[in-house]
Write a protein that binds this ligand. Structure first.
Ligand SMILES: Nc1ncnc2c1ncn2[C@@H]1O[C@H](COP(=O)(O)OP(=O)(O)O)[C@@H](O)[C@H]1O
Ligand SMILES: [Mg+2]
Length: 248
């Protein structure tokens, strides 16, 4: 099967200006390609630059330098509304804290990304109901997010992410607010989406156990990639890659 690159980063750097003056460089020459159908974990300790990297992948923030191509299209220099359009069309987001609208019921929450698609209401409803079925929440349509457990909330967020039929799901610490049992359920679900529906998944985590659900690990340490390859048998491989980077 021919591999189609979905994400291609070339020498991406990110520098944040600091309020106290000066600046902080958070990403240094980050380069990688992610092909269609991959399940990739971006790993690294807290503060290493994972979320910054994810925000660039997800077209939520721009890079300071480098080239970022999504589906072969250079989006490094697009304007905010152009980026918003690309996000809506291509990417489903799942966040640690679910990011659901608290005063809207589950069905409304899942329909939300479809609002910008110009679909008739009946189609939006049908699609949202299909997605709720997929995450086994079809009997909870009228519930508010606050009435659900954390695991259920994350399933709603996944249904919402899938509603727009994205080829790519970006998940930032998707199990970070869940207990391990619920977390495992969510991870198994991602695995299933990847295997059975061929959805490309990029998941950020700081835990090796969670990265094991993926097929590839990109390890970031202090804003630099120190490992990129299959999920190693032991975390020590990743820790050694950090050590090597420190010695440079
Ligand atoms: N908007 C911002 N302005 C300034 N510094 C930031 C901003 N976002 C992140 N940082 C800094 O960038 C570094 C990496 O942060 P982040 O990407 O959130 O790491 P991670 O997700 O791996 O924990 C941290 O030192 C953080 O303080
Ligand atoms: Mg983070």
């Amino acid at each position: 099967m021919k591999q189609t690159p979905i994400i291609s980063m070339k020498k991406i750097c990110k520098v944040f200006p600091l309020e106290v003056g000066g600046e902080q460089q958070v990403l240094f020459d980050v380069s990688f390609t992610i092909n269609s159908g991959e399940f990739v974990a971006i790993m690294g300790p807290s503060g290493s630059g994972k979320s910054t990297c994810m925000n660039i992948i997800g077209a939520l923030d721009g890079a300071t330098s480098g080239i970022y191509e999504l589906y072969g299209k250079d989006i490094t220099t697009l304007l905010p509304d152009e980026l918003a359009k690309i996000r809506n069309e291509y990417i489903g987001f799942v966040f640690q804290n679910f990011n659901l609208l608290p005063k809207r019921n589950i069905l409304d929450n899942v329909m939300l990304p479809l609002m910008y698609r110009g679909l008739p209401m009946s189609e939006r409803l049908e699609r949202a109901r299909e997605m709720l079925q997929l995450v086994n929440l079809e009997n909870f349509e009228t519930y508010l997010p606050t009435q659900l457990s954390g695991g259920m909330k994350q399933r709603v967020a996944i249904a919402r992410a899938l509603a727009g039929n994205p080829k790519l799901i970006l998940a930032d610490e998707p199990t970070g607010a869940l207990d391990s049992k619920m977390g495992n359920e969510i991870l198994k679900f991602f695995k299933k989406l990847n295997k059975e529906l061929g959805i490309t998944i990029v998941m950020i985590t700081h835990e090796f156990e969670i990265a094991q659900y993926a097929n590839r690990v990109i390890h970031i340490y202090d804003g630099r990639i120190t490992y990129d390859g299959p999920v190693p048998k032991s975390e020590s491989v990743l820790l050694k890659s950090e050590q090597k980077a420190r010695q440079k």
